[in-house]
Design a protein around this ligand. Sequence first.
Ligand SMILES: Cc1cc2nc3c(=O)[nH]c(=O)nc-3n(C[C@H](O)[C@H](O)[C@H](O)COP(=O)(O)OP(=O)(O)OC[C@H]3O[C@@H](n4cnc5c(N)ncnc54)[C@H](O)[C@@H]3O)c2cc1C
Ligand code: FES
Length: 268
Amino acid sequence: MIGGTMPTPSPARVHEFEVVLNEPIADGVYALVLHAPALAAALKPGQFVNIAVPGNAMSLLRIPLSYASADAEAGTAEIWYAVVGEGTERLSQMKPGDTSDLLGPGGHGWTAPEDCQRALLVAGGIGVPPVLCLARELAARGVAFDVCLGAASGSCMVGVEDFEALGAGEVRVCTDDGSAGYHGFCTDPAAELLASGSYGYVATCGPEPMMAKVANASAEVGVYCEVSLERMMSCGFGACSTCAVETTSGMKGACMCGPVFDAKEVVW
Ligand SMILES: Cc1cc2nc3c(=O)[nH]c(=O)nc-3n(C[C@H](O)[C@H](O)[C@H](O)COP(=O)(O)OP(=O)(O)OC[C@H]3O[C@@H](n4cnc5c(N)ncnc54)[C@H](O)[C@@H]3O)c2cc1C
Ligand code: FES
């Protein structure tokens, strides 16, 4: 039960949106640009939106998705999503001009320390979007950063050019099948870079075992680490308890207390 530990009220509001673009950018991964001016102006790196996808009267659940970038002037937000099931398959069918609504911004995002000079960002699979938002914020603040990116294969990897364009010091690409970059998990170069001792902050999003490894490696060298956790989210605003995360201070809801958590707080 997580009810007593939820911060209230939720910052999320219902926003109507119109699809501007919805196209594949890698194997099984789509970029969705939606027009929702009030939302685009409110989003902060690491927050998420909960999208109602039309086309199935039996499906009442929204789909929680992070965002990759937001443009307050254009009134748009860009989301990168992997097609993994019925809901995201339906989302991939939406065309420019189609409309629906979403709930957002959800939860709270990254809190990179003010005095951080250099950050290490580690993203696996479709964990890239919230990390890319953070990279944009760090670049704007003048904080240097290196990136370790992991994917099953080169064909489904996203974000490499984006991190490079933002001025990343190093972008270490890793694939499970060896089809691009280092053949292996991105936790290996992450541990290697962490051992160099020059980081003031680590942020990670991706498969849970990957994040747990990054969290442990950060703790070993005493660097503050934040993780963005994925949970099933039925409501997205603190009313249902489906998004429970076990923490050192009890069960917390990822939709309101996260999705970004201090890694030391999470019971892996
Ligand atoms: C805060 C948050 C941010 C997210 N950001 C992104 C993102 O930026 N891009 C992206 O592609 N995906 C993201 N996800 C995951 C995304 O919500 C799920 O992939 C999506 O809900 C699957 O819906 P579906 O109907 O297509 O799949 P389903 O048919 O419901 O399920 C297909 C598979 O996906 C798993 N799944 C379903 N829902 C979730 C969920 N909420 N979290 C983890 N696994 C799930 C199921 O267990 C199953 O294995 C995020 C999830 C959360 C909680
Ligand atoms: S309480 Fe978090 S999704 Fe409902």
